[in-house]
Design a protein around this ligand. Structure first.
Ligand SMILES: Cc1cc2nc3c(=O)[nH]c(=O)nc-3n(C[C@H](O)[C@H](O)[C@H](O)COP(=O)(O)OP(=O)(O)OC[C@H]3O[C@@H](n4cnc5c(N)ncnc54)[C@H](O)[C@@H]3O)c2cc1C
Length: 458
């Protein structure tokens, strides 16, 4: 069946780049999920057009060969991991920007374009695409759409879903649909755009997106505040919102993370502080100064030991870079398994305390950083590289963490997705009836189960 499928593919698409040699496909087996156990793919096909994707999917359905859609492979929930005997369908060569429509504040693009590149291209027209995962220099828009990714600016601007006006999607039988267009308002029929965003390649393959843009904001002003306890930092987050401001960035790094960042790139962070908040305003001029004044007052009221402001845009970029390097810096000290949990903003202090308890009771180093303004943190379990029991210990600690998160009314994944690493917890969070509904959707859209099998659903 597999050989017949590959032969049919080569006959139908003679120009298609298709690799099957395990030495070549190796780098497409993984994404950035630690402890992942990927399968061995049948091969990797690099689609160049919607027609390529439609033909590949149609032939895969005819031959009952599963497909794993893949963007840039930066996922951390195992969504793009290779599956035994499946064809990995890479979208990385579909990178065109089809149109930048300045009048309608819209960009139409293919899924393979890298997030930062899209940002640079629309900036040439004075426009701005806000969703910016910390991986923005190497993650693709297709992956962002399939994961409904967030990032550092979500606190003010929202997540990927909030910028999607329409999609072109290849369905599991190879047919092609469009779910929306350039209209800002469009409520005809079911919200299929919303259904495909966040569906992790299990319901269809996204081949084009129509994305909403906004005018470019003002340059940012940045403030960092250090706190003697994580609870005080959590209290400052709540106080900032109470003060009536919505900063464009409100990020947290704990002591463990600050130490790792300092050791790796030496930014000059206060290593005695239990936690640090980074607050940014892009309100511009006096507005930005007013926002940061209010944030500073809120931090001081919550017990900040010191508050500093960046002298200029260069220093602000440098501080932001320290935050973006957090995961990488923690990885320099061992295997850093990044989690992605969310709680209502007011419960951030409780989550931070729960994390201290999990670290102490399991004897595990946890570096915490993330989007405190969204209540979305990335605790990183840092393990010795040669610890043979690391995986078991981390599994026990994360199960404990997830129990705390659900107790606090939170979510087991805020932005990284369910993939393979969290599907076992889906029922605990959503309940059996929601799982039944999800299965019904999957069966309706992918009756043969060929799209990204074994991902998302338990
Ligand atoms: C250091 C680091 C920092 C990160 N920071 C953030 C962050 O701040 N916020 C955040 O949300 N995420 C973050 N991530 C996670 C990751 O970068 C995002 O999930 C990103 O959107 C994945 O994009 P990708 O192109 O790499 O997708 P991949 O990893 O290739 O794929 C991800 C999923 O999307 C599916 N998929 C990809 N393309 C398509 C398509 N065209 N059609 C259908 N399905 C498709 C795949 O099947 C898979 O299920 C971070 C990751 C790392 C390593």
């Amino acid at each position: 069946m597999s050989a017949a499928f590959l032969a049919a593919l080569r006959a139908a698409l003679p120009e298609l780049r298709l690799i099957t040699d395990p030495a070549e496909t190796e780098r497409y087996r993984h994404d950035m999920t630690e402890y992942a156990h990927p399968g061995s793919p049948l091969g990797v096909a690099f689609a160049r057009s919607t027609d390529d994707v439609a033909t590949i999917v149609r032939l895969a359905a005819a031959h009952r060969v599963p497909l794993v859609p893949r963007g840039a492979g930066s996922g951390v929930s195992g969504g793009a991991l290779a599956v035994d005997g499946a064809l990995t369908l890479s979208l990385e060569e579909m990178t065109e920007i089809l149109e930048i429509d300045v009048a309608n504040l819209v960009v139409r693009c293919r899924p393979g374009i890298i997030n930062a590149e899209l940002g640079r291209r629309v900036a040439e027209h004075g426009l701005f695409y806000p969703p910016d995962p910390a991986s923005y220099e190497y993650c693709s828009i297709g992956g962002n759409l399939a994961e409904n990714s967030g990032g550092l600016r979500c606190v003010k601007y929202g997540v990927t879903r909030d910028y999607v006006l329409g999609l072109e999607v290849v369905l599991a039988d190879g047919s092609v649909i469009r779910t929306g267009g350039k209209t800002v308002k469009d409520v005809m029929g079911y919200d299929l755009t919303g259904l495909f965003v966040g569906s992790e390649g299990t319901l269809g393959v996204i081949t084009e997106a129509t994305l909403r843009l906004i005018p470019a904001p003002q340059p940012k002003l940045t403030l960092i505040a250090f706190f003697p306890s994580v609870r005080a930092a959590g209290a400052a987050v709540a106080a900032i919102f109470r003060a009536g401001i919505i900063p464009c960035t409100l990020e947290l790094m704990d002591r463990e993370t600050n130490r790792a960042v300092e050791a790796a790139i030496g930014v000059g962070l206060d290593l005695d502080a239990a936690a640090m908040l980074m607050v940014e305003s892009d309100a511009g001029g006096a507005g930005a100064v007013r926002e940061l004044d209010a944030a500073e007052a809120a931090c001081t009221e919550a017990g900040a030991s010191s508050v500093l402001r960046s002298a200029d845009a260069k220093e602000a970029d440098w501080l932001r870079e320290a935050r973006r390097k957090a995961h990488w810096a923690l990885e320099q000290g061992g295997v850093a398994r990044m989690e992605d949990v969310g709680v209502p903003r007011s419960r951030v202090p409780d989550l931070l305390e729960a994390l201290e308890e999990v670290a102490a009771s399991h004897g595990i180093r946890i570096g915490v950083f993330g989007h405190a303004g969204d209540g979305n943190l990335h605790p990183c379990f840092v393990m010795e590289r040669d610890d043979p029991h690391a995986e078991e210990r981390v599994e026990r600690a994360r199960a404990d963490l997830f129990r705390h998160v659900l107790r606090l009314g939170g979510t087991i994944s805020g932005e990284h997705g369910t993939g393979t690493v969290k599907k076992g917890y889906l029922e605990a969070q959503r309940g059996p009836d929601a799982i039944r509904t999800m299965r019904a959707l999957k069966a309706a859209l992918d009756p043969l189960g060929i799209l990204n099998p074994g991902k998302l659903l338990p």
